[in-house]
Design a binder for this molecule. Structure first.
Ligand code: KET
Length: 432
C-alpha cells in the first residue's frame, strides 16, 4: 500500500505522495543501494508536451508542440509516395542487417539532395557518409567524432536553438559556446551580432548552423547574408556543421532549401551535414537520416567513414533497414521522386496557409499586438513571442499544448482549430 502511494508520488512528482516516494526510495536504499540516488529526470521540453497532451481528456485539446506534420483534419500523414514505395517493397525485403554504414543506395540519393544532383564531390568520392538514426543520430555521431578526433574543440550553438542540440553535444562531452542569432525586438535575425560572434570566435571554431527553416525561430539568413557568413567562416577557417532537418519545409522545394550549403560548398568549405527524413518524408518513427563529412580527398573520406562506422558499431551496431529502403525506392525512381516533391510542396503550402489564417484571425479579433512575424517566419514553426506564463495559461485554460518558449508548431494548426487558437491567444494577450 505504502509503496503504491510512493510510486504514484514518484510518477506525479506532487505533494505528500512525493515525500512518500522519497521515503520509499531511501527505505529501498537500505535493501539495495544501486539506484537509490536516481532522481526522476526533468521532462523533455518538447516531447514532454506530447505526453501532457495525450494525458488531457478534453475534447477541445490542441497539440502545437512537437514538430510533426498533420493534415487539415489534424491527423498524421503517410505520404502517397511512401505508400507506393511500401507496396513495391512488400514481399521483396529481407530482414538482414545493413552494413555498419547503412544503405549505400539511400546514402547516395541523400547526398545528392544536400550536395547537388551532379556534385563533383560525390563523383570524386570525397564525402564520408553513414546512414544515421535520423537527424538526432547524425548530430550525435558527429559530436562523438568531433570529441574523439579534436578533443580540444568546442561547438558554437545559436541562441536559441532546438533544445536537444545542447543535450547532444553535452553527452558527447564537447564544450558548448553560443552565438547570437535571434533579435527579439525585430523578431528577425540579429545579423550584426551574429557576425561579431563569428569574427570573435577563435580561428578554426566549430559552428552548428541550421541549413534552413531554423528551429524554433522560423528565421533564416537571406542568401546575401549566407554569403557573408560563408566568407567570414573562410577568413576565420571555421568549420560549419549543418543540421538540415527541414529540407523542403522552408520554400517548398528541397533544392532551394539547400542553398546555404551550396554557398558554403562553392566557397570551398569542408562541411559536415546531418540530414533527416522525419519531416520531409514523414518517416518520423522510422529513424532514417544521414551524416556526411566532406573531406579533402577520397583517401581521407575512406578513413573518416571507417571511423564514423566505428563509433556506430558499439552504440547501435547498424541502422534500421526499412526506412532506408523506402527512401531509396522513392528517390531512385524519377516518377516517385516527383510525387515526393509535389507532396513536400503540398505540406509547406498548407503550413503557409495556416500562417495567413492565424494572423488574419488575430487581426480580425482586434488584437492590439503586431502579428506580421507569423507570416514572415518560415518552416514548421512560429516563434510567437508568448511568454512561458502565457503558454501556461493557454495550456491550463484552453488545453492548447506548446513548448514554453512560445513556439507554435504551425504543422499542427488546421482550418478546424485556427479560430479557437487565435481566440485563446487573443484572450491571454489583449491586456498587454
Ligand atoms: N534537428 C532539428 C533542428 C530538429 O528540429 C529536429 C527535430 C531534429 C534535428 C531531429 O529530428 P529527427 O527526428 O531525429 O530526425 N525536431 C522536432 C522533434 C524533436 O524534438 O525530436 C521538434 O523540434 O519538435
Amino acid at each position: 500500500m505504502a509503496s503504491r502511494t510512493a510510486l504514484r508520488g514518484l510518477i506525479t512528482g506532487r505533494g505528500p505522495a512525493r515525500s512518500a516516494a522519497a521515503a520509499f526510495i531511501s527505505g529501498a536504499r537500505s535493501i539495495s543501494s544501486w539506484w537509490g540516488a536516481v532522481e526522476p529526470a526533468a521532462k523533455d521540453p518538447i516531447l514532454g508536451v506530447t505526453e501532457a497532451f495525450l494525458a488531457d481528456p478534453s475534447p477541445h485539446k490542441v497539440n502545437v508542440g512537437v514538430g510533426a506534420y498533420r493534415d487539415d483534419n489534424g491527423k498524421p500523414v503517410v505520404l502517397d509516395c511512401v505508400r507506393e514505395a511500401e507496396r513495391r517493397i512488400a514481399g521483396s525485403q529481407n530482414m538482414e542487417y545493413l552494413p555498419m554504414g547503412g544503405s549505400v543506395k539511400m546514402i547516395h540519393e541523400t547526398l545528392k539532395l544536400a550536395y547537388g544532383e551532379n556534385s563533383e564531390f560525390l563523383k570524386d568520392k570525397r564525402i564520408a557518409a553513414i546512414q544515421a538514426l535520423s537527424g538526432t543520430g547524425a548530430c550525435r555521431v558527429f559530436a562523438d567524432f568531433q570529441r574523439r578526433f579534436l578533443p580540444d574543440s568546442q561547438i558554437y550553438i545559436p541562441v536559441p536553438t532546438w533544445a536537444n542540440h545542447h543535450n547532444i553535444w553535452r553527452d558527447a562531452h564537447v564544450p558548448q559556446r553560443t552565438f547570437h542569432y535571434y533579435h527579439p525586438e525585430s523578431r528577425g535575425l540579429d545579423f550584426a551580432a551574429l557576425m561579431d560572434d563569428v569574427k570573435n570566435a577563435p580561428n578554426g571554431s566549430f559552428f552548428l548552423l541550421h541549413a534552413c527553416a531554423h528551429n524554433p525561430t522560423g528565421v533564416d539568413p537571406t542568401e546575401e547574408q549566407w554569403r557573408e557568413i560563408s566568407y567570414q567562416f573562410k577568413v576565420k577557417r571555421h568549420f560549419a556543421f549543418f543540421d538540415m532537418a527541414y529540407q523542403g519545409f522552408a520554400s517548398g522545394d528541397p533544392e532551394r532549401d539547400a542553398k546555404a550549403i551550396r554557398i558554403f560548398l562553392e566557397d570551398g568549405h569542408l562541411i559536415g551535414c546531418a540530414q533527416s527524413y522525419a519531416k520531409n518524408m514523414g518517416l518520423y518513427g522510422q529513424r532514417v537520416g544521414c551524416l556526411s563529412i566532406l573531406c579533402e580527398d577520397e583517401l581521407q573520406a575512406v578513413a573518416v567513414k571507417s571511423q564514423l562506422q566505428q563509433i556506430a558499431r558499439p552504440m547501435y551496431s547498424n541502422p534500421p533497414v526499412h526506412g532506408a529502403l523506402i527512401v531509396s525506392t522513392i528517390l531512385g525512381d524519377p516518377e516517385l521522386k516527383n510525387l515526393w516533391l509535389k507532396e513536400v510542396k503540398g505540406m509547406a503550402d498548407r503550413i503557409i496557409g495556416m500562417r495567413t489564417a492565424l494572423r488574419e484571425n488575430l487581426e480580425k479579433l482586434g488584437s492590439p499586438l503586431p502579428w506580421e512575424h507569423i507570416t514572415n517566419q518560415i518552416g514548421m514553426f512560429c516563434y510567437s513571442g508568448l511568454t512561458p506564463e502565457q503558454v501556461d495559461r493557454l495550456t491550463n485554460e484552453y488545453h492548447i499544448y506548446m513548448t514554453r518558449n512560445g513556439r507554435i508548431s504551425m504543422a499542427g494548426v488546421t482550418t478546424g482549430n485556427v479560430g479557437y487558437l487565435a481566440n485563446a491567444i487573443h484572450e491571454i494577450t489583449k491586456s498587454g
